[in-house]
Ligand binder design. Structure first.
Ligand code: GN1
Ligand code: MG
Length: 560
C-alpha cells in the first residue's frame, strides 16, 4: 500500500476506536456481541469486505445481523463472491483486525496481509460491496460504520441494499457475480415463478385435495415476516397468514422464532389452542432458518415439532423420487443413465432417528462440524447435495455439471412432451431455481416444502410421521474457558481435556439408544451439551449428568 492508501485507513479508523477489553472471534457465523460495542468491528469488517473484493476482483457482501440472538445484540458477516460464507482461510485475518488495539497497528496488519495475499489496488476492478441489515434498531448506525470501513479502501464503493433477509443478500451477491438480474424484485420473481412452475407440475387430483388448507407463519418479529408479506402476493395459489411480523409490537426473537421453537419445543407467542392441527412454520430473526410445527390439541403450549432434519428428509425423499422417475424407461440416449451423486449432510445435532431414516432410504449421509460453512462446503462435493442443521438452516446445492446434463436431458425429453420423465426433469430444474444456491433460506425452503406437500397430498401430520424423533435435550454450561474443549470426528468426541470423553462414555452406556456430546459454542460463551435416548426422562437425565461432568472438568468451580 502507498502512503495515501495507508493514511486513508489511519484517519478513518481513528474515528472507530476499539472499546476497552473487547475481544471478538469470527466464530460460527461472523462477529456477534452486544450492539453497543460493535461499531469498530463492523467498520473493520467493511475494510475486510473491500479487500476480499479486490483480491477476487468480484463483488462481495456485508450483512449486519445477529440472527436469532436477542434484539440488543448485533453482528456482522461477509458474503464471499460465490454468495457463500467468507472463505475460512481469511478468518484468522478477520480476527486479527477486529481485535487490533490501535489504528497504527491496524494499518500495519492490513499492509502485511495485502502483501502476503498479493492484493492489487490497481487491478481492473475496484472494490464493490453490497450492504444489508436486518430490522435491529442498531442496524442503521452500524451500517454507516460498515460504509466508512469500505470507503477507507481507495476507490471502493458500497451500495446500501437496505433491510434484507441474510439469504437475500447472499443471493444478490451470487447473482450479480454471475451477471444475472439481482434486485430484490428479481429475487421474489425467481422464487414465485419457480414455485408456480413446481405446483403446475403437480398431478391435479392431488392438488385439489389440499387447496383449502392454510399455512400460518411466525415471523420472529423480524425481517422474514415483512418479506413474506411481499412474496405471498405473488403466489395466488396459497393462503399464508403471517403472525409476529414485527408490526404488532412484539420484540424480535422474544418468545418467538425458529430458534425458540426448536430449542424449547413450545408454541411461539401469538399461537393458541385454536390453531391445533394447522400447518405452522417459524422463521428466525434474519430468515435463514425454518422449522415447521403444529399445536397439539390437548395442550396449548405443546407442539409437534418438524425440524430441519425432517425438512431435509422431505427434500431428500422428493429428489430421490424425481431422480428415479427420470431413470425409468430409457430411450437409448447415450447419457440417459447419468448416475447423479446425491449426498445428504448433517451435524451431530441431527436426531439419530433422522439419520436412520435417511440411511434406510439408501442415501449417503455424511457429518460435518456445526456451522453452515462446513455443511455447505461438503454438500458442494455432490451433484445434488442436501444439507440441514437440525435447527432449520440448510438448502440443496446442484452442481453446474448436473444442471447442464439435466437441461440437455430435458430438451431431449421435450420430444415426448408431457411424459412423466420430462415432468421429473422440469421439477428438478424448478427446484434448482427455487431453492437458494448461495445459502440456507427460510423463504425459499418454505416454498419448496409447500410445493412438495402439495405434490404428495400430505398434511403436516403425514410429513411428521416419516419417522419419530428420539427424545433429546440440549443444555448450556458456563465454563472458565470454552476454548479448552477440543473435539474431533465432527464434534462427536472430546480429545481435550483428557478423561472427560471416557466419563461421558460411561454415562451414555447407561441408557438405551443413548448418545451425548459436548462442544464449545461458536456464537455464545458456553459449552453446549446434547443428549438423546429412547425416552425423554432418560435424555434429560443423560444431559444433566454430562452437564455435571462439563462443570466438574471445566466449570467455574474448577477455576481456582
Ligand atoms: C446447536 C445450534 O443450534 N448451534 C447453532 C449456533 O452455533 P453454536 O456454535 O452452537 O453457537 O448458531 C450457528 C449460527 O447460526 C448455527 O449454525 C448453529 O447450528
Ligand atoms: Mg439466522
Amino acid at each position: 500500500m502507498n502512503d495515501n492508501q495507508k493514511s486513508l485507513i489511519l484517519n478513518s479508523s481513528s474515528q472507530y476506536p476499539l472499546p476497552q477489553g473487547v475481544k471478538l472471534s469470527y466464530g460460527t457465523a461472523g462477529f456477534r456481541a452486544d450492539a453497543s460495542i460493535l461499531e469498530s468491528t463492523v467498520f473493520r469488517v467493511g475494510i475486510l469486505a473491500a479487500l476480499r473484493s479486490l483480491k477476487t476482483q468480484s463483488l462481495t457482501g456485508l450483512m449486519i445481523t445477529a440472527s436469532h440472538n436477542k434484539v440488543n445484540d448485533n453482528g456482522v458477516k461477509i458474503a464471499d463472491p460465490s454468495g457463500g460464507m467468507l472463505t475460512q482461510e481469511w478468518e484468522p485475518f478477520a480476527d486479527a483486525i477486529a481485535n487490533s488495539p490501535t489504528p497504527q497497528h491496524l494499518v500495519q496488519l492490513i499492509d502485511e496481509f495485502v502483501k502476503k495475499e498479493n492484493i492489487r489496488f490497481d487491478g481492473v476492478r475496484s472494490a464493490e460491496i453490497l450492504l444489508g441489515r436486518d430490522t435491529r434498531p442498531s442496524g442503521e448506525s452500524l451500517l454507516e460504520a460498515a460504509k466508512q470501513g469500505v470507503y477507507s479502501i481507495v476507490g471502493a464503493t458500497a451500495t446500501d441494499m437496505g433491510i434484507l433477509t441474510t439469504p437475500q443478500l447472499h443471493w444478490m451477491v451470487r447473482a450479480r457475480n454471475k451477471g444475472m438480474k439481482a434486485t430484490e424484485l428479481d429475487y421474489f420473481e425467481q422464487l414465485s415463478s419457480s414455485f408456480r412452475c413446481l405446483v403446475d407440475l403437480t398431478p391435479n387430483q392431488i392438488k385439489m385435495n389440499n387447496t383449502d388448507d392454510k399455512l400460518v407463519v411466525d415471523g420472529a418479529n423480524g425481517v422474514g415476516g415483512e418479506k413474506l408479506e411481499v412474496l405471498k402476493k405473488m403466489l395466488n395459489s396459497m393462503v399464508i397468514e403471517v403472525r409476529n411480523s414485527g408490526k404488532e409490537g412484539g420484540v424480535l426473537n422474544e418468545g418467538v422464532g425458529a430458534d425458540y421453537v426448536q430449542k424449547e419445543k413450545v408454541v411461539p407467542q401469538g399461537f393458541y389452542l385454536k390453531d391445533a392441527g394447522i400447518r405452522c412454520a417459524s422463521l428466525d430473526g434474519d430468515a435463514d432458518r425454518l422449522v415447521y410445527f403444529s399445536v397439539q390439541s390437548n395442550n396449548a403450549s405443546n407442539i409437534d415439532l418438524v425440524d430441519g432434519d425432517k425438512i431435509l428428509s422431505l427434500f431428500a425423499l422428493f429428489i430421490k423420487e424425481q431422480l428415479s422417475i427420470l431413470k425409468m424407461e430409457g430411450d437409448n440416449h447415450v447419457d440417459e443413465n447419468y448416475e447423479a451423486r446425491l449426498g445428504v449432510v448433517q451435524t451431530a445435532y441431527a436426531n439419530g432417528a433422522s439419520t436412520d431414516y435417511l440411511k434406510q432410504l439408501g442415501l449417503e449421509v455424511v457429518f460435518t462440524p456445526t456451522g453452515v460453512k462446513y455443511l455447505h462446503e461438503k454438500a458442494a462435493e455432490y451433484d445434488i447435495g442436501i444439507y440441514f442443521e437440525a435447527n432449520g438452516h440448510g438448502t440443496i446445492l446442484f452442481s453446474e455439471g448436473f444442471l447442464s446434463w439435466l437441461d440437455a436431458r430435458n430438451n431431449e425429453l421435450s420430444k415426448s412432451k408431457g411424459s412423466e420423465q420430462q415432468k421429473a426433469a422440469l421439477r428438478l430444474l424448478a427446484v434448482s431455481n427455487l431453492i437458494n444456491q448461495a445459502v440456507g433460506d427460510a423463504l425459499s425452503g418454505l416454498l419448496l416444502v409447500e410445493a412438495i406437500l402439495q405434490y404428495k397430498g400430505w398434511s403436516i401430520h403425514n410429513w411428521s410421521e416419516l419417522y419419530h424423533d428420539l427424545p433429546s435435550r440440549q443444555l448450556k454450561v458456563k465454563v472458565v474457558d470454552r476454548t479448552a474443549v477440543v473435539t474431533a470426528n465432527a464434534e462427536t468426541v472430546v480429545v481435550r481435556p483428557p478423561l472427560i470423553q471416557e466419563a461421558i462414555n460411561v454415562e451414555v452406556a447407561k441408557y438405551p439408544r443413548g448418545r451425548s456430546f459436548i462442544r464449545p459454542s461458536g456464537t455464545e460463551d458456553v459449552i453446549r451439551v446434547y443428549a438423546e435416548a429412547s425416552i425423554q426422562e432418560a435424555a434429560d437425565s443423560l444431559a444433566n449428568s454430562v452437564a455435571k461432568l462439563a462443570d466438574q472438568f471445566l466449570g467455574l468451580g474448577n477455576s481456582g
